[in-house]
Design a protein around this ligand. Structure first.
Ligand SMILES: *Cc1c(COP(=O)(O)O)cnc(C)c1O
Length: 356
């Protein structure tokens, strides 16, 4: 088959393997893994790879993605706090949603009642990262209101860390979450089966055995797709970090100076660039740009290549130090970080090929 470039090659077996490894580690600590699909736009072959690795609930931040996964045999969780205007889609496509606004939960309650469904809610608690969630001090009063609502089942509490504020999950903040669950159960005489203790950054605490007992769910995306925890970015033992490889084609190679000639103003993105003079260098241009990638998140597989920069449609490389004699039409491979992977998977200009 003739490949079209740029493209990303997605190794389905490696994703299933990573899922299985992470799922087993978590299972041994009584933690259930929700597989998170947003970074790959819930493309079905990849979501199915997660299910084959043992996932039973898929989570995504966007309703459109949950809708794509409608026919997969698993439960679905909406990760981003719902918009009121999406309430009927939320109760239709999500079995569970993460929430922090009592008024929105009331709207969900009415939407669920209209279609005679029970919608499960996890109340998000802000433990200090300052993204979503009610404050710890306001949790009990919120719970009292939620449990009165028809067609809503409060099934747990949760938190999200290391997203906005960079706060690391530890036995202190996650310990407070477990205590809060007990306080809610005791003061309302109910049982809250789920304590959802965060994302791939909480895996660090799982791996070094400091995760408080009582945390029984994590919502994991990046660790499965890129094989690393995200508190410190350490590789997870026995996981692949190259399940996704981006491939771009060379459209120009020329020996040119390393410093532009002329008065320097703004680049295409309004920044004033600066340059180091390395004399004449061999420059290659790849047909890939910011509409497809985040240049700072790319890592060439050939580590003699240096990335000089990129604009909307062009990625500029220094290939002076490469022993490989690149020529026009050659294809260059890259690993991607999370931000770049997100953009690549979202870009309609990048073809997706699934290897299995
Ligand atoms: C994206 C997201 C996750 C998964 O994060 P990863 O770092 O990819 O594991 C978990 N929870 C919420 C609320 C999210 O938005």
């Amino acid at each position: 088959m003739k490949k079209i470039f740029p493209c990303v090659e997605i190794n389905i077996k490696k994703i299933t393997h990573n899922t299985r490894v992470i799922n087993e580690i978590c299972k041994s600590k009584n933690i259930h893994v929700v597989g998170v699909s947003k970074v790959y736009c819930a493309k079905l072959p990849i979501a199915q790879a997660m299910l084959n690795g043992g996932i039973e609930i898929m989570g995504d931040s966007r309703i459109e993605n949950l809708k794509k996964m409608e026919h997969l045999k698993c439960r679905k969780m909406l990760l981003r706090i719902p918009m009121e205007s999406h309430a009927s889609e939320v109760v239709r496509y999500a079995d569970i949603s993460l929430n922090s606004e009592i008024n929105t939960i009331k709207v969900l309650s009415r939407a669920a009642k209209r279609v005679n469904k029970i919608h499960n809610v996890i109340l998000m608690i802000d433990l200090g990262d300052l993204r979503e969630g009610v404050l710890e001090s306001e949790t009990l009063e919120n719970v009292k209101e939620i449990i009165k609502l028809p067609n809503i089942k409060l099934c747990g509490i949760g938190t999200n860390l290391t997203c906005y504020g960079g706060v690391i999950p530890d036995s202190d903040n996650l310990g407070r979450l477990v205590k809060l669950k007990e306080a809610i159960e005791n003061s309302n005489n109910l049982s809250l089966p789920i304590v959802s203790g965060g994302n791939s950054s909480s895996l660090y605490a799982v791996l070094n055995d400091t995760i408080p007992s009582g945390i029984n769910q994590l919502r994991i995306g990046e660790a499965i797709v890129l094989g690393r925890e995200t508190a410190y970015g350490n590789k997870i033992p026995n996981c692949y970090s190259d399940s996704f490889i981006l491939k771009g084609e060379i459209i120009e190679i020329k020996d040119k100076p390393s410093v532009p000639k002329g008065k320097i103003g703004m680049d295409a993105f309004g920044k004033t660039p600066s340059f180091i003079d390395k004399g004449i260098i061999k420059r290659a241009i790849i047909a890939l740009g910011r509409q497809d990638i985040a240049p700072e998140g790319l890592n060439p597989v050939d580590n003699c290549i240096e990335i000089l920069g990129g604009s909307s449609d062009h990625l500029i490389l220094d290939i002076s130090r490469c022993s490989n004699k690149y020529k026009i039409g050659d294809v260059v491979d890259f690993n991607m970080d999370y931000g770049c992977l997100l953009r690549t998977m979202t870009s309609p200009y990048v073809k997706k090929y699934y290897l299995d």
